[in-house]
Design a protein around this ligand. Structure first.
Ligand code: 0X9
Ligand code: ZN
Length: 295
């Protein structure tokens, strides 16, 4: 059975989503947002307790766009479990306030490859050239594609941006799914392991028009998180100022193209993308509190 003291492969994570959708049929639903290059589903869980008379704003959670950042799918299923089973009135009220669309592994081929063959794999698994495979799915989105912090070399192990924007099935299908959403209030991407909170835009030191609001709200989120383990995250701030300039990420595209007001990237903790399975709970608890502080 599924727990938060071990890491699981894609099938097990998808099995968990399936089980939750069956255990909570009134309030949850499986979502297939598309398919990966190798034909795996881009599978998410919708959690929406609102009855037809009321419409909740949509909150989208993206995890696992980078294959090796295993703590992000694990934390995301932990958070799903909290939303569905916690008796804490703060958590039940968080659950009831939004129409959640939660995707633990948006790069399932890469994740599975990192699980079976190469722990440090980051990219997708598409055949991008004769010699080398995979595109960095967080350099492949269409906003300022290939401008900064991205490689045009298919054999770049880290940041190959692809032959063109949205060359990848995963980013294309996700983009189409997001474009079809009404009422998208928040888009939150999870990465590891820089331990920081990032706001748009990632490839410029200029601040977007609701920057001050994002910083204020983000600070409250970090304060909530800190109460759990005393861990301080850097930021909130732009990637360009805190980390490095990087174009073609999902967060920037969503902020710019969809105009979604609340857009964040959480860089969770870890060392070289490792985080002990015995401590998934700790990170999950921290993220749950950060979400409570955000909304
Ligand atoms: O480089 C990245 O994509 C992220 N850091 S990581 O070490 N997890 O690879 C930072 C993402 C910042 N956001 C965007 N560039 N949109
Ligand atoms: Zn990442």
């Amino acid at each position: 059975s599924f727990s938060w003291t071990a890491y699981y492969d894609v099938d097990s994570i998808y099995g968990y989503l399936q089980n939750m959708s069956e255990a909570y049929p009134e309030t949850t639903q499986l979502i297939v947002a598309g398919k990966s290059y190798e034909g795996r589903k881009l599978l998410g869980l919708r959690i929406n307790t609102a009855k037809e008379t009321r419409e909740n704003p949509v909150v989208f959670l993206e995890s696992g766009i980078h294959a090796r950042e295993w703590i992000t799918p694990a934390t995301t299923t932990y958070f799903i479990n909290e939303l569905l089973t916690s008796q804490d009135p703060n958590v039940t009220s968080l659950r009831d306030s939004f129409d959640w669309r939660i995707f633990p592994t948006v790069n399932p081929d890469g994740y599975q490859y990192s699980f079976k063959f190469d722990r440090m794999w980051r990219k997708t698994r598409s055949k991008s050239s004769l010699l080398c495979r995979g595109v960095d799915a967080n350099r492949n989105w269409g906003y300022n594609w290939l401008k900064h912090g991205a490689s045009s070399n298919p054999c770049d192990y880290q940041t190959y941006a692809g032959p063109k924007a949205f060359s990848e099935k995963e980013t294309r299908d996700l983009k189409d799914y997001l474009s079809g959403l009404q009422n998208l209030l928040a888009y939150i991407a999870f990465h590891s392991d820089a331990q920081m909170l990032l706001v748009p835009y990632s490839d410029s030191v200029e601040h977007n028009d609701n920057y001050d609001d994002l910083i204020r709200i983000g600070n409250t989120s970090l304060k909530y998180g800190e109460k759990v383990n005393g861990e301080k995250y850097e930021g909130p701030g732009t990637a360009a100022e805190l980390l490095y300039k990087a174009s073609g990420g999902s967060m920037d595209w969503v902020r710019y193209e969809l105009g979604t007001p609340l857009v964040y990237t959480y860089e969770l903790r870890g060392t070289y993308f490792h985080w002990p399975p015995s401590r998934i709970n700790e990170q999950g608890n921290e993220v749950t509190q950060m979400m409570l502080g955000l909304f």
